[in-house]
Design a protein around this ligand. Sequence first.
Ligand SMILES: O=C(O)CCC(=O)C(=O)O
Length: 308
Amino acid sequence: MSTDIETAVQEWQTQGWTVVHDLIPVEEIDAAVEELWGHFPHPSDYHSGSPEALAHFENESTDARYQPSRQGRSHGLNQDDTAGTEFRLRQFLGHVLFPYDSHLLNRLQVHPRVVDFAQRAMGSEDIRLYQARIWGKYTGVTDYEQPFHQDRNHTIVPDRIEPGWWNLLGFLYLSDVEEGVGPTEILNLGDSPPGSEPQSAAGRRGSYLAYRTDVWHRGVNLTREGGSRFLMNMAFKHAHHEWIGFDSFQQNANRGPWSKFAASCTPEELALFGAPKPGHPFWTTELVDALEDRYHGIDATPWREALE
Ligand SMILES: O=C(O)CCC(=O)C(=O)O
């Protein structure tokens, strides 16, 4: 059930969300997912009660915002493992932030088919990737049922949602997201809870749920025995829109996984993180030399040629 890209672009622009089915071939996803288990417990280990796998969810998150506080609530999230429709800390424990200790997962984070879709939908080639992380959920870790909400935590000013200003939020599915393993419930633009019938954003691995900040949606519980759900957050904004943000990458940019990733990037891929493109006044001969020195193996030809 692959989606026609132009139809999906229009859906995102007019209905506020779309699932781009089979955007990335399953084989590519599966190859990268092999390396997921360096970051997450394998679902079979978690569900067979392996102490090491269970320990992964004992208040562990690579996102410091989701560490428990002594007050019993952390950033408005309930720390108790209660049931019911609520934002609770344990829903967010399974986050791993980019860059990953896996080259294939890092490459997936800038997959050209997702970037191309985002550029078409947003109507610009000059975009930035500003949210990059993997989120794993396992049946039984907690009740994942959330209230309907609009994502207002991607910007420090009110959202301006129109061509030239809008940003694009999205989940790339790393596992099949179907009934029982928590497909996001989502409403069309203009519909709001309660009273409007939500739709399920189910899709096979390799599909990409793209949505806007003005659509109501919510996470739902995982009910399938032995179930799990893995997705990669990939959100994009227009270049120079500093008021929008979520994850930052610079603090890891002098370490192994990033260095290997950066060395494999084209100028366009590095520009997704804000690196100046070839021809930008930033670059001098010395700086292009230093770029090659910093990222061994990078093809600096485009930067060098643009100096001439
Ligand atoms: O996990 C999901 O399906 C949606 C999560 C979500 O909307 C949120 O945490 O803001």
